[in-house]
Design a protein around this ligand. Structure first.
Ligand SMILES: *Cc1c(COP(=O)(O)O)cnc(C)c1O
Length: 480
């Protein structure tokens, strides 16, 4: 072993050993954070349903959505916005968890749709979301989808790059209908939006104003962060956006109806790893610390802080206060869903490393665990103390299919059911059918469960393939 490798393995082992302390001390052990409890069999129960029974009934892996929790979180964010700024809209970010059975529940609460692709727009139409409750964002809007968006008279098509302006104008003119559009401001270092400093964003507004026979500029939009634990970033960007609105009003005489501050509202039960934490997790395999639940600003004060500073800024700039659009994804669905996965086998290698092989890993369902902290429990004995490090692995035959590295767990046995929390944001979205069909999703409510998505079948995985390739070898030989 080279000196470098020797040092790396020594540092790595020490860091992992140290992590046991805080994994015990700081993990989020309070099941009430997700409205769950331990039942009289000692199992985790959700809405009084035993998770072990659910895994037996529907098979594993299994995604479980708790409707009560989903409705509560949605209502909380609605309550935080209620009446604060008339005409405001809450639009759920489809890309966060694009499962129709979940979207149905969200829309039934009169929350709309924020879509970023032609497919998502199609799905919102299919779910009968009124045009006034749809905003179309994204970097890849096809002409065909713009036709649909304009026909449906949606609240705003937010322009991400200048080229879109003429395209939308041309399509609107052809349809003989006016299109409502917005401008996405590029307020962070990413590929998105139009730059304010270089004058690109103002130029875009001028162009839209010059095409006012078929374009109506109604919205200024940004989306700058994810899982934000406080209002600070949104607030700074909202103020910059309002200054921009004042500029537009002064130069072009346009009053803009909506400020769309995007999503990114945080939840207390997960956190994004910092760059350093991510690097250490990748290179030496030491898990980052769990989030501190108290550090997450409650959504009520989060939004209140933004609205108050918007109001102050508007009176200072002497512009009309716009209505607010928010596009929460994670906040609404993260905590209402968990993943149940089964431990298939335990392997101990000669160097002592323990592997727990499960039926769900990052290459099929748990990709967000790569860069976010997620809590995990043994659902059939959640109270057992943590004693042993495991590399918790997935079902695909590649060494890259881990779920967690060096997670300190109770001693695991084949047949244990693991519950991975906060599966409601980006688990289904990133899931793949790498070598296995994607799993079922059930929704629990009032002590009963129902399938909202069946497990994929092998036939699904081959449904789009040319039928003539499924020929027997004998037939192939006969053809020769
Ligand atoms: C992803 C996204 C959201 C939702 O983000 P969350 O972090 O899930 O709240 C909202 N708006 C846009 C434009 C997005 O791309």
């Amino acid at each position: 072993m080279s000196l470098q490798n020797y040092l790396k393995s020594k540092i790595s082992r020490q860091a992992i050993r140290n992590s046991a302390q805080w994994q015990i001390k700081h993990r989020l052990h309070d099941l009430k954070l997700w409205d769950m409890e331990i039942n009289d069999r000692g199992h985790i129960a959700v809405d009084s349903l035993d998770t072990i029974n659910l895994a037996e009934q529907y098979g594993s892996p299994l995604l479980v959505v708790n409707k009560k929790r989903l409705v509560n979180d949605a209502r909380r964010i609605q309550g935080s916005l209620a009446d604060a700024l008339p005409g405001s809209k809450i639009l759920y970010s489809y890309k966060t968890n694009c499962v129709p059975g979940i979207l149905r529940e969200i829309h039934d609460l009169e929350i709309g749709a924020e879509v970023i692709s032609p497919y998502e727009l199609w799905l919102a139409e299919k779910l009968d979301v009124p045009g006034s409750m749809i905003v179309y964002n994204g970097v890849n809007k096809t002409d065909e989808s713009l036709v649909r968006a304009i026909r449906r008279d949606i609240a705003s098509i937010n322009i991400d790059h200048g080229e879109e302006i003429e395209r939308i104008y041309r399509i609107a003119k052809k349809l003989g209908r006016k299109a409502r559009v917005g401008i996405r401001l590029g307020l962070s270092s990413s590929q998105f939006g139009l730059d304010m400093k270089s004058g690109e964003a103002v130029a875009a507004c001028r162009k839209i104003a010059s095409m006012s026979d078929f374009l109506d500029l109604v919205c200024i939009h940004f989306n700058v962060t994810s899982n934000a634990k406080s209002a600070a970033k949104h607030k700074t960007c909202a103020l910059a956006a309002m200054q921009f609105m004042a500029e537009i009003k002064n130069e072009l005489g346009l009053t803009i109806s909506y400020l769309d501050i995007g999503g990114g509202f945080g939840v207390p039960t997960t956190k994004n790893m910092s760059g350093l934490e991510y690097g250490l997790y990748r290179t030496i395999g030491s898990l980052p610390k769990p989030p501190s639940v108290e550090e997450c600003q409650p959504i009520e004060s989060f939004l209140d802080e933004i609205i108050k500073s918007m109001k102050r800024m508007c009176s200072k700039l002497d512009i009309e206060i716009p209505s607010l659009i928010i596009e929460p994804g994670r906040f609404i669905t993260s905590r209402s869903e968990m993943l149940l996965a089964r431990v298939q086998s335990i392997k101990t290698k000669s160097d002592g490393t323990k592997y727990a092989i499960t039926d769900a890993g990052r290459l099929s369902i748990t990709f967000p665990c790569d860069f976010e902290y997620h809590e995990i429990f043994v659902a059939n004995r959640p109270d057992d103390s943590l004693t042993t490090f495991y590399n918790i692995m997935g079902r695909v035959c590649t060494s890259a299919d881990w779920m967690f590295k060096n997670r300190y767990m109770p001693e695991l046995q084949p047949g244990d059911i693991l519950a991975v929390m906060d599966a409601g944001a980006y688990f289904s979205s990133y899931s793949t059918n790498f070598a296995f069909p994607r799993p079922s999703i059930v929704m629990v409510n009032d002590g009963t469960s129902r399938l909202i998505r069946k497990e994929e079948t092998f036939e699904h995985l081959t449904a789009m393939d040319a039928p003539e390739v499924f020929r027997s070898l004998e037939k192939l030989h006969a053809l020769k």
